[in-house]
Ligand binder design. Sequence first.
Ligand SMILES: Cc1ncc(COP(=O)(O)O)c(C=O)c1O
Length: 442
Amino acid sequence: VLDGRLSRGEPVPPTRELAATLGVSRNTVAVAYDRLVAEGFLDSRVGAGTFVNADSEGVYRPLPRTTLRARPVWGELTDPADPGAVEFDLRPGLPDARLFPHQAWRRSVARHPDDGRYGDPRGSIGARTAIAAHIATSRSVRATADDVVVTQGAQQALDLAGRVLLEPGDAIAVEDPGYPPARRLFASLGARVIPVPVDADGLVVSAIPADARAVYVTPSHQYPLGMPMTLARRVALVRWAEERDAAVIEDDYDSEFRFGGRAIEPLHSLDRIDGGGRVLYIGSFSSTLLPALRLGFLIAPASLATAARLAKQLTDRQCALPAQDALANFIDEGLFARHLRRMRIQYQARRECVLAILQRDFGEWLMPIRSVAGLHVAARLRGRTFEDTAVTQRLRAAGVAMTPLSPLYAGRKRAGLVIGYGAVDPAEISHALARLHEILAQ
Ligand SMILES: Cc1ncc(COP(=O)(O)O)c(C=O)c1O
Protein backbone atom coordinates (compact mmCIF):
# COMPACT_ATOMS: atom_id res chain seq x y z
CA VAL A 1 0.00 0.00 0.00
CA LEU A 2 2.78 2.43 0.93
CA ASP A 3 4.61 1.75 -2.32
CA GLY A 4 1.44 2.39 -4.28
CA ARG A 5 1.50 -1.07 -5.81
CA LEU A 6 -2.01 -1.67 -4.44
CA SER A 7 -4.21 1.14 -5.56
CA ARG A 8 -7.00 2.79 -3.65
CA GLY A 9 -10.25 0.88 -3.49
CA GLU A 10 -8.65 -2.26 -4.89
CA PRO A 11 -9.90 -5.49 -3.28
CA VAL A 12 -7.39 -7.67 -1.45
CA PRO A 13 -7.77 -11.45 -1.75
CA PRO A 14 -10.29 -13.19 0.51
CA THR A 15 -8.69 -14.53 3.68
CA ARG A 16 -9.22 -18.18 2.71
CA GLU A 17 -7.57 -17.67 -0.69
CA LEU A 18 -4.54 -15.75 0.64
CA ALA A 19 -4.09 -18.29 3.48
CA ALA A 20 -3.95 -21.06 0.88
CA THR A 21 -1.51 -19.12 -1.34
CA LEU A 22 0.84 -18.38 1.54
CA GLY A 23 0.44 -21.76 3.25
CA VAL A 24 -0.59 -20.20 6.56
CA SER A 25 -3.73 -20.61 8.63
CA ARG A 26 -6.73 -18.54 7.73
CA ASN A 27 -6.67 -17.08 11.22
CA THR A 28 -3.22 -15.62 10.65
CA VAL A 29 -4.46 -13.77 7.58
CA ALA A 30 -7.58 -12.63 9.40
CA VAL A 31 -5.50 -11.20 12.26
CA ALA A 32 -3.23 -9.41 9.78
CA TYR A 33 -6.19 -7.92 7.92
CA ASP A 34 -7.70 -6.79 11.24
CA ARG A 35 -4.54 -4.95 12.12
CA LEU A 36 -4.29 -3.36 8.69
CA VAL A 37 -7.88 -2.23 9.02
CA ALA A 38 -7.16 -0.83 12.49
CA GLU A 39 -4.17 1.07 11.14
CA GLY A 40 -6.20 2.50 8.27
CA PHE A 41 -4.55 0.69 5.39
CA LEU A 42 -7.52 -1.55 4.61
CA ASP A 43 -11.25 -1.17 4.81
CA SER A 44 -13.54 -4.08 5.49
CA ARG A 45 -17.14 -4.06 4.25
CA VAL A 46 -19.40 -6.77 5.55
CA GLY A 47 -20.56 -9.00 2.75
CA ALA A 48 -18.42 -7.20 0.16
CA GLY A 49 -14.86 -8.10 1.24
CA THR A 50 -11.74 -6.19 2.17
CA PHE A 51 -10.35 -3.28 0.14
CA VAL A 52 -7.43 -0.91 0.15
CA ASN A 53 -8.77 2.08 2.04
CA ALA A 54 -9.97 4.68 -0.41
CA ASP A 55 -10.55 7.43 2.13
CA SER A 56 -7.39 7.99 3.99
CA GLU A 57 -5.34 9.98 1.56
CA GLY A 58 -1.74 10.01 2.66
CA VAL A 59 -1.77 6.61 4.31
CA TYR A 60 -0.89 4.86 1.11
CA ARG A 61 0.21 7.75 -1.06
CA PRO A 62 3.30 6.47 -2.85
CA LEU A 63 6.34 8.09 -1.24
CA PRO A 64 8.68 9.95 -3.52
CA ARG A 65 11.90 7.99 -3.80
CA THR A 66 14.40 10.35 -2.24
CA THR A 67 17.33 9.84 0.04
CA LEU A 68 18.72 12.26 2.58
CA ARG A 69 21.63 14.22 1.24
CA ALA A 70 24.48 15.74 3.21
CA ARG A 71 25.40 19.37 2.52
CA PRO A 72 27.21 19.54 -0.84
CA VAL A 73 30.56 20.23 0.82
CA TRP A 74 30.63 16.69 2.19
CA GLY A 75 30.58 15.38 -1.36
CA GLU A 76 33.67 17.42 -2.16
CA LEU A 77 35.74 16.24 0.80
CA THR A 78 37.46 12.95 0.24
CA ASP A 79 38.21 10.45 2.95
CA PRO A 80 41.94 10.11 3.58
CA ALA A 81 42.81 6.47 3.23
CA ASP A 82 43.95 4.75 6.41
CA PRO A 83 46.77 2.36 5.52
CA GLY A 84 45.53 -0.13 8.10
CA ALA A 85 48.04 -2.25 9.96
CA VAL A 86 51.55 -2.05 8.51
CA GLU A 87 54.84 -3.49 9.59
CA PHE A 88 56.59 -0.12 9.69
CA ASP A 89 54.58 3.07 10.09
CA LEU A 90 56.64 6.05 8.94
CA ARG A 91 53.80 8.51 8.62
CA PRO A 92 54.31 11.92 10.23
CA GLY A 93 52.79 12.90 13.57
CA LEU A 94 53.02 9.52 15.29
CA PRO A 95 54.87 9.11 18.59
CA ASP A 96 56.17 5.78 19.85
CA ALA A 97 53.33 4.34 21.95
CA ARG A 98 55.67 1.54 23.07
CA LEU A 99 57.68 4.07 25.07
CA PHE A 100 54.70 5.77 26.66
CA PRO A 101 54.64 5.41 30.47
CA HIS A 102 51.32 3.56 30.45
CA GLN A 103 51.48 2.52 34.08
CA ALA A 104 52.24 5.96 35.43
CA TRP A 105 49.44 7.37 33.27
CA ARG A 106 46.96 4.80 34.53
CA ARG A 107 47.97 5.59 38.09
CA SER A 108 47.39 9.28 37.39
CA VAL A 109 43.92 8.54 36.01
CA ALA A 110 43.04 6.34 38.98
CA ARG A 111 44.05 8.99 41.51
CA HIS A 112 41.22 11.30 40.59
CA PRO A 113 37.76 10.04 41.40
CA ASP A 114 35.32 11.87 39.17
CA ASP A 115 32.59 13.69 41.08
CA GLY A 116 30.22 12.87 38.23
CA ARG A 117 29.13 16.38 37.39
CA TYR A 118 29.57 18.68 34.43
CA GLY A 119 32.46 21.05 34.79
CA ASP A 120 33.77 24.24 33.19
CA PRO A 121 33.61 23.77 29.39
CA ARG A 122 37.15 25.17 29.15
CA GLY A 123 38.41 22.21 31.16
CA SER A 124 39.37 21.49 34.73
CA ILE A 125 41.20 24.26 36.55
CA GLY A 126 44.00 21.80 37.31
CA ALA A 127 44.59 20.95 33.66
CA ARG A 128 44.35 24.56 32.51
CA THR A 129 46.76 25.75 35.18
CA ALA A 130 49.22 22.97 34.37
CA ILE A 131 49.06 23.65 30.62
CA ALA A 132 49.57 27.40 31.13
CA ALA A 133 52.57 26.71 33.37
CA HIS A 134 54.07 24.21 30.95
CA ILE A 135 53.86 26.36 27.83
CA ALA A 136 55.16 29.38 29.72
CA THR A 137 58.46 27.57 30.26
CA SER A 138 58.65 25.36 27.19
CA ARG A 139 57.30 27.83 24.59
CA SER A 140 57.38 31.27 26.27
CA VAL A 141 53.65 31.53 25.71
CA ARG A 142 52.26 33.92 28.27
CA ALA A 143 48.79 32.79 29.26
CA THR A 144 46.84 32.18 32.43
CA ALA A 145 44.57 29.25 33.21
CA ASP A 146 41.67 31.53 32.24
CA ASP A 147 42.97 31.81 28.68
CA VAL A 148 43.22 28.04 28.10
CA VAL A 149 40.50 25.85 26.61
CA VAL A 150 41.32 22.15 26.84
CA THR A 151 40.29 20.46 23.59
CA GLN A 152 40.10 17.04 21.97
CA GLY A 153 43.46 17.39 20.28
CA ALA A 154 44.54 20.21 17.99
CA GLN A 155 41.75 19.23 15.61
CA GLN A 156 39.02 20.41 17.94
CA ALA A 157 40.95 23.58 18.68
CA LEU A 158 40.94 24.26 14.92
CA ASP A 159 37.23 23.59 14.84
CA LEU A 160 36.58 26.01 17.71
CA ALA A 161 38.77 28.66 16.07
CA GLY A 162 36.85 28.23 12.82
CA ARG A 163 33.46 28.38 14.51
CA VAL A 164 34.41 31.48 16.45
CA LEU A 165 35.95 33.37 13.52
CA LEU A 166 34.47 32.32 10.22
CA GLU A 167 31.14 33.10 8.59
CA PRO A 168 30.20 30.84 5.68
CA GLY A 169 31.95 32.24 2.62
CA ASP A 170 34.72 33.94 4.61
CA ALA A 171 38.21 33.45 3.20
CA ILE A 172 40.85 31.66 5.24
CA ALA A 173 44.41 31.38 3.95
CA VAL A 174 46.25 28.10 4.52
CA GLU A 175 49.78 27.01 3.77
CA ASP A 176 50.43 25.25 0.45
CA PRO A 177 51.63 22.56 0.90
CA GLY A 178 49.77 22.18 4.16
CA TYR A 179 47.93 20.08 6.67
CA PRO A 180 44.88 18.51 4.99
CA PRO A 181 42.77 18.03 8.16
CA ALA A 182 42.87 21.79 8.77
CA ARG A 183 42.06 22.66 5.18
CA ARG A 184 39.21 20.18 5.05
CA LEU A 185 37.82 21.27 8.39
CA PHE A 186 37.61 24.94 7.38
CA ALA A 187 35.98 23.92 4.08
CA SER A 188 33.41 21.87 5.99
CA LEU A 189 32.51 24.98 7.99
CA GLY A 190 31.66 26.72 4.73
CA ALA A 191 34.78 28.88 4.54
CA ARG A 192 36.61 29.65 1.29
CA VAL A 193 39.97 28.00 1.79
CA ILE A 194 42.71 29.82 -0.12
CA PRO A 195 46.07 28.03 -0.47
CA VAL A 196 49.03 30.41 -0.14
CA PRO A 197 52.50 29.23 -1.21
CA VAL A 198 55.26 28.43 1.22
CA ASP A 199 58.90 29.13 0.32
CA ALA A 200 62.13 28.41 2.22
CA ASP A 201 61.24 31.15 4.76
CA GLY A 202 57.73 29.85 5.41
CA LEU A 203 54.35 31.20 4.34
CA VAL A 204 54.67 33.93 1.71
CA VAL A 205 52.92 36.70 3.62
CA SER A 206 52.73 39.00 0.59
CA ALA A 207 50.65 36.36 -1.23
CA ILE A 208 47.85 36.24 1.38
CA PRO A 209 44.65 37.53 -0.22
CA ALA A 210 43.58 40.92 1.11
CA ASP A 211 40.15 39.69 2.13
CA ALA A 212 41.36 36.75 4.27
CA ARG A 213 39.64 36.80 7.63
CA ALA A 214 42.16 34.36 9.08
CA VAL A 215 45.41 32.58 8.27
CA TYR A 216 46.28 29.07 9.41
CA VAL A 217 50.01 28.40 9.87
CA THR A 218 52.49 25.92 11.38
CA PRO A 219 55.39 28.34 11.99
CA SER A 220 57.61 26.27 14.29
CA HIS A 221 57.78 23.23 12.04
CA GLN A 222 56.00 23.77 8.76
CA TYR A 223 53.70 20.88 7.96
CA PRO A 224 54.82 19.02 5.89
CA LEU A 225 58.11 20.59 4.70
CA GLY A 226 59.56 21.02 8.18
CA MET A 227 61.44 24.32 8.07
CA PRO A 228 60.62 27.00 10.62
CA MET A 229 59.15 30.33 9.54
CA THR A 230 61.85 33.00 9.69
CA LEU A 231 61.58 35.73 12.28
CA ALA A 232 61.13 38.34 9.56
CA ARG A 233 58.18 36.41 8.14
CA ARG A 234 56.66 35.82 11.56
CA VAL A 235 56.81 39.52 12.34
CA ALA A 236 55.40 40.32 8.90
CA LEU A 237 52.51 37.92 9.43
CA VAL A 238 51.52 39.39 12.78
CA ARG A 239 51.74 42.91 11.31
CA TRP A 240 49.67 41.82 8.32
CA ALA A 241 46.98 40.50 10.66
CA GLU A 242 46.91 43.78 12.56
CA GLU A 243 46.65 45.87 9.44
CA ARG A 244 43.91 43.72 7.98
CA ASP A 245 42.01 43.12 11.19
CA ALA A 246 42.50 39.41 10.62
CA ALA A 247 43.29 36.45 12.87
CA VAL A 248 46.27 34.11 12.84
CA ILE A 249 45.68 30.50 13.84
CA GLU A 250 49.04 29.17 15.01
CA ASP A 251 49.29 25.36 15.12
CA ASP A 252 52.32 24.61 17.31
CA TYR A 253 51.73 20.86 17.06
CA ASP A 254 55.18 19.33 17.54
CA SER A 255 57.65 22.06 18.47
CA GLU A 256 58.39 20.37 21.82
CA PHE A 257 60.87 18.19 19.96
CA ARG A 258 63.57 20.57 18.80
CA PHE A 259 67.02 19.36 17.90
CA GLY A 260 69.40 22.25 17.82
CA GLY A 261 69.11 25.83 16.74
CA ARG A 262 67.61 28.61 18.77
CA ALA A 263 64.13 28.24 20.20
CA ILE A 264 61.63 29.70 17.80
CA GLU A 265 59.30 32.21 19.40
CA PRO A 266 55.71 31.39 18.72
CA LEU A 267 53.72 34.00 16.84
CA HIS A 268 51.73 34.25 20.04
CA SER A 269 54.60 35.91 21.89
CA LEU A 270 55.37 38.27 18.98
CA ASP A 271 51.72 39.22 19.03
CA ARG A 272 51.91 40.10 22.71
CA ILE A 273 54.96 42.29 22.19
CA ASP A 274 52.91 44.38 19.80
CA GLY A 275 49.91 44.14 22.10
CA GLY A 276 47.82 42.88 19.22
CA GLY A 277 45.72 39.99 20.40
CA ARG A 278 45.58 38.58 16.87
CA VAL A 279 46.91 35.08 17.43
CA LEU A 280 44.97 31.96 18.39
CA TYR A 281 47.58 29.55 19.71
CA ILE A 282 46.95 25.79 19.40
CA GLY A 283 48.88 22.98 21.02
CA SER A 284 48.50 19.20 21.04
CA PHE A 285 49.55 16.33 23.27
CA SER A 286 49.27 13.88 20.37
CA SER A 287 52.99 13.72 19.65
CA THR A 288 54.19 14.42 23.20
CA LEU A 289 51.88 11.83 24.82
CA LEU A 290 49.56 9.82 22.55
CA PRO A 291 47.15 10.78 19.76
CA ALA A 292 44.55 8.42 21.22
CA LEU A 293 44.26 10.52 24.41
CA ARG A 294 42.73 13.34 22.32
CA LEU A 295 44.22 16.16 24.36
CA GLY A 296 45.11 19.57 23.05
CA PHE A 297 44.34 23.18 23.81
CA LEU A 298 43.40 26.53 22.40
CA ILE A 299 44.55 29.88 23.70
CA ALA A 300 42.41 32.59 22.20
CA PRO A 301 42.85 36.35 22.60
CA ALA A 302 40.73 37.90 25.36
CA SER A 303 38.31 39.34 22.80
CA LEU A 304 37.38 35.80 21.69
CA ALA A 305 37.48 34.06 25.07
CA THR A 306 33.75 34.03 25.74
CA ALA A 307 32.91 32.83 22.23
CA ALA A 308 35.56 30.09 22.47
CA ARG A 309 34.16 28.87 25.79
CA LEU A 310 30.61 28.85 24.40
CA ALA A 311 31.72 27.09 21.22
CA LYS A 312 33.38 24.39 23.30
CA GLN A 313 30.26 24.00 25.42
CA LEU A 314 27.98 23.71 22.40
CA THR A 315 30.27 21.29 20.60
CA ASP A 316 30.77 18.71 23.34
CA ARG A 317 30.20 20.43 26.70
CA GLN A 318 33.72 19.67 27.92
CA CYS A 319 36.55 17.20 27.57
CA ALA A 320 36.45 14.06 29.68
CA LEU A 321 37.68 14.89 33.17
CA PRO A 322 39.72 11.78 34.01
CA ALA A 323 42.17 12.43 31.17
CA GLN A 324 42.46 16.10 32.09
CA ASP A 325 43.14 15.28 35.71
CA ALA A 326 45.75 12.73 34.71
CA LEU A 327 47.37 15.32 32.44
CA ALA A 328 47.47 17.88 35.24
CA ASN A 329 49.01 15.34 37.54
CA PHE A 330 51.55 14.31 34.91
CA ILE A 331 52.66 17.88 34.34
CA ASP A 332 52.62 18.91 38.02
CA GLU A 333 54.63 15.90 39.18
CA GLY A 334 57.28 16.37 36.53
CA LEU A 335 56.39 13.12 34.77
CA PHE A 336 55.58 14.95 31.56
CA ALA A 337 58.89 16.83 31.50
CA ARG A 338 60.73 13.57 32.19
CA HIS A 339 58.88 11.80 29.39
CA LEU A 340 59.70 14.66 27.01
CA ARG A 341 63.40 14.49 27.92
CA ARG A 342 63.48 10.75 27.35
CA MET A 343 61.63 10.95 24.07
CA ARG A 344 63.71 13.85 22.80
CA ILE A 345 66.80 11.67 23.08
CA GLN A 346 65.06 8.79 21.31
CA TYR A 347 63.67 10.95 18.53
CA GLN A 348 66.96 12.74 18.00
CA ALA A 349 68.67 9.37 17.45
CA ARG A 350 65.93 8.30 15.04
CA ARG A 351 66.09 11.54 13.16
CA GLU A 352 69.86 11.27 12.81
CA CYS A 353 69.41 7.70 11.64
CA VAL A 354 66.97 8.78 8.90
CA LEU A 355 69.19 11.66 7.79
CA ALA A 356 72.32 9.50 7.75
CA ILE A 357 70.66 6.80 5.65
CA LEU A 358 69.21 9.38 3.28
CA GLN A 359 72.61 10.93 2.84
CA ARG A 360 74.42 7.61 2.45
CA ASP A 361 72.02 5.70 0.19
CA PHE A 362 69.52 8.07 -1.35
CA GLY A 363 71.61 10.96 -2.66
CA GLU A 364 70.63 10.40 -6.28
CA TRP A 365 66.90 10.33 -5.54
CA LEU A 366 66.05 12.32 -2.45
CA MET A 367 66.91 15.79 -1.23
CA PRO A 368 66.01 16.28 2.46
CA ILE A 369 64.61 19.66 3.43
CA ARG A 370 66.46 21.23 6.33
CA SER A 371 64.51 21.28 9.57
CA VAL A 372 65.35 21.30 13.26
CA ALA A 373 62.25 20.03 15.00
CA GLY A 374 59.42 17.56 15.03
CA LEU A 375 58.81 13.91 14.26
CA HIS A 376 59.32 13.87 10.51
CA VAL A 377 61.61 15.04 7.74
CA ALA A 378 60.43 15.82 4.24
CA ALA A 379 62.58 15.08 1.22
CA ARG A 380 62.03 16.10 -2.36
CA LEU A 381 62.28 13.53 -5.12
CA ARG A 382 64.96 14.64 -7.53
CA GLY A 383 64.17 14.89 -11.22
CA ARG A 384 60.81 14.15 -12.72
CA THR A 385 61.13 10.42 -12.96
CA PHE A 386 59.10 9.51 -9.92
CA GLU A 387 55.48 9.71 -8.97
CA ASP A 388 55.61 9.94 -5.19
CA THR A 389 52.15 8.39 -4.81
CA ALA A 390 53.20 5.40 -6.91
CA VAL A 391 56.27 5.01 -4.70
CA THR A 392 54.25 5.09 -1.47
CA GLN A 393 51.68 2.66 -2.90
CA ARG A 394 54.42 0.16 -3.66
CA LEU A 395 55.96 0.80 -0.25
CA ARG A 396 52.60 0.11 1.33
CA ALA A 397 52.45 -3.23 -0.47
CA ALA A 398 55.91 -3.91 1.00
CA GLY A 399 54.63 -3.25 4.56
CA VAL A 400 55.75 0.37 4.98
CA ALA A 401 53.43 3.37 5.40
CA MET A 402 54.89 6.71 4.31
CA THR A 403 53.20 9.94 3.21
CA PRO A 404 53.71 11.28 -0.32
CA LEU A 405 54.31 15.01 -0.55
CA SER A 406 52.44 15.89 -3.75
CA PRO A 407 48.88 15.34 -2.45
CA LEU A 408 49.59 17.89 0.29
CA TYR A 409 49.83 20.60 -2.38
CA ALA A 410 46.71 22.35 -3.61
CA GLY A 411 48.47 24.28 -6.39
CA ARG A 412 51.56 23.29 -8.35
CA LYS A 413 52.62 19.94 -6.98
CA ARG A 414 56.12 18.83 -6.15
CA ALA A 415 57.03 15.22 -5.58
CA GLY A 416 58.61 14.05 -2.37
CA LEU A 417 58.23 11.91 0.70
CA VAL A 418 57.36 12.82 4.27
CA ILE A 419 59.27 10.45 6.48
CA GLY A 420 58.03 10.12 10.05
CA TYR A 421 60.35 8.57 12.61
CA GLY A 422 58.27 8.85 15.78
CA ALA A 423 56.81 5.35 15.82
CA VAL A 424 59.84 3.38 14.55
CA ASP A 425 63.19 2.71 16.21
CA PRO A 426 66.51 2.91 14.33
CA ALA A 427 66.49 -0.80 13.40
CA GLU A 428 62.98 -0.46 12.00
CA ILE A 429 63.98 2.71 10.16
CA SER A 430 66.82 0.80 8.45
CA HIS A 431 64.48 -2.00 7.37
CA ALA A 432 61.84 0.39 6.10
CA LEU A 433 64.31 2.56 4.20
CA ALA A 434 65.94 -0.54 2.70
CA ARG A 435 62.55 -1.38 1.20
CA LEU A 436 62.22 2.17 -0.09
CA HIS A 437 65.66 1.82 -1.63
CA GLU A 438 64.67 -1.35 -3.48
CA ILE A 439 61.57 0.31 -4.87
CA LEU A 440 63.39 3.43 -6.04
CA ALA A 441 66.18 1.31 -7.56
CA GLN A 442 63.58 -0.60 -9.58
C1 LIG B 1 50.00 20.03 11.50
C2 LIG B 1 49.44 19.19 12.58
N1 LIG B 1 48.64 19.74 13.49
C3 LIG B 1 48.13 19.03 14.50
C4 LIG B 1 48.42 17.70 14.66
C5 LIG B 1 47.84 16.96 15.83
O1 LIG B 1 46.48 16.83 15.70
P1 LIG B 1 45.63 16.29 16.93
O2 LIG B 1 46.07 17.01 18.14
O3 LIG B 1 44.22 16.58 16.54
O4 LIG B 1 45.89 14.81 17.05
C6 LIG B 1 49.24 17.07 13.75
C7 LIG B 1 49.54 15.63 13.89
O5 LIG B 1 50.08 15.02 13.03
C8 LIG B 1 49.76 17.83 12.69
O6 LIG B 1 50.56 17.26 11.78
